[in-house]
Design a protein around this ligand. Structure first.
Ligand code: TA6
Length: 292
């Protein structure tokens, strides 16, 4: 197979600089804004990720959809409500460090390090790298390096929006018997007694989930494997909650489901000076007969 069937090259989406990865098995697009994977198509050119039809694509706001990188905090800032939810790196342009491809895969490495702008928000020296590999799966590796003199407490997420046929009644396997924190239900905690059936709105943070999550749909499963992550977040705003998002059409909430690969809340962790930590997610689809 010649390498013409694989590529890693600059492209554009709206006003955003992007990187396009092509392999024999599919393609992916990464925006330099936030190092956000904004598109991933499988071998049948079906969308695996969901991008809001009304997402801003001009750099004025993070992309709504795809896989935003939430770092160095997940959710609201622990002590300063003036700071954006989900950290600041998804608002900033990352540098493309490396593009490469061979017969089987295409690779993009993007990075962001501390500067005056980040230190005003979070006064620490760091380097954050996102490595995206496309072969017959989509692999993301987010590596954080503590370049400061102090230990930090971190929470983080690859905040993945998956395209689904209908979010209502979707089954998500892998979360059975886990403890969760339910933001939608005022922060109560519960235990997931059996396979999760999603009836939006849902906003649940599952703790100590080390394995794969699987989104079951009538004609395909989406597998989300991971390493370096103890938390999985399941979110869909539902028909009422969607009205609070001016970059999601009111009738589009049923087209997506977030299953996020994270370390958050009870699974926050500390990173000492000179230490690094890698969070990874691996995504692939599987065609199935109707197995609802
Ligand atoms: O991951 C779920 C969540 O924390 C929801 O509570 C909701 O706020 C969602 O993320 C989107 O957050 P954003 O800051 O991207 O609008």
């Amino acid at each position: 197979m010649n390498t013409a069937s694989t590529a890693a090259r600059p492209s554009r989406l709206g006003e955003l600089d992007t990187i396009e990865l092509v392999s024999r098995h599919g393609r992916a697009t990464i925006a330099c804004l936030g190092a956000t994977v904004v598109d991933f198509r499988d071998s049948d050119d079906n969308e695996v990720l969901w991008l809001s039809p009304t997402s801003r694509l001009d750099g004025s706001r993070p992309v709504r959809g795809g896989i935003p990188v939430c770092w160095p905090w997940f959710g609201a800032h622990p002590s300063d409500s003036s700071l954006s939810a989900h950290g600041f790196v998804r608002h900033m342009t990352w540098q493309v460090e490396r593009l490469s491809h061979d017969d089987n895969r295409a690779v993009a490495v993007l990075a962001i390090s501390d500067d005056d702008a980040t230190r005003r928000l979070w006064p620490h020296a760091f380097r954050l790298t996102l490595t995206v590999v496309l072969d017959d799966r989509l692999h993301l590796e987010l590596t954080a390096e503590n370049r400061s003199e102090h230990a930090w407490e971190l929470s983080e997420a690859l905040h993945s929006y998956f395209r689904v046929e209908d979010a209502r009644g979707i089954r998500v396997d892998g979360l059975d018997n886990l403890t969760y924190w339910d933001k939608q239900q005022g922060g109560i905690r519960g235990t997931q007694a059996e396979a999760l059936r999603v009836y939006p709105p849902i906003d649940r943070v599952y703790f100590d989930h080390l394995g794969e999550a699987v989104i079951h749909q009538p004609h395909r499963r989406i597998h989300i494997g991971k390493t370096g992550s103890r938390t999985t977040v399941v979110w869909n705003p539902g028909p009422d909650g969607v009205r609070g998002f001016d970059d999601i059409p009111d009738d589009a909430w049923g087209d997506m489901l977030c299953v996020e690969t994270a370390n958050a809340i009870d699974n926050r962790y500390s990173l000492r000076p000179g230490e690094s930590h890698t969070l990874s997610a691996t995504i692939h689809t599987e065609k199935t007969a109707d197995n609802r």
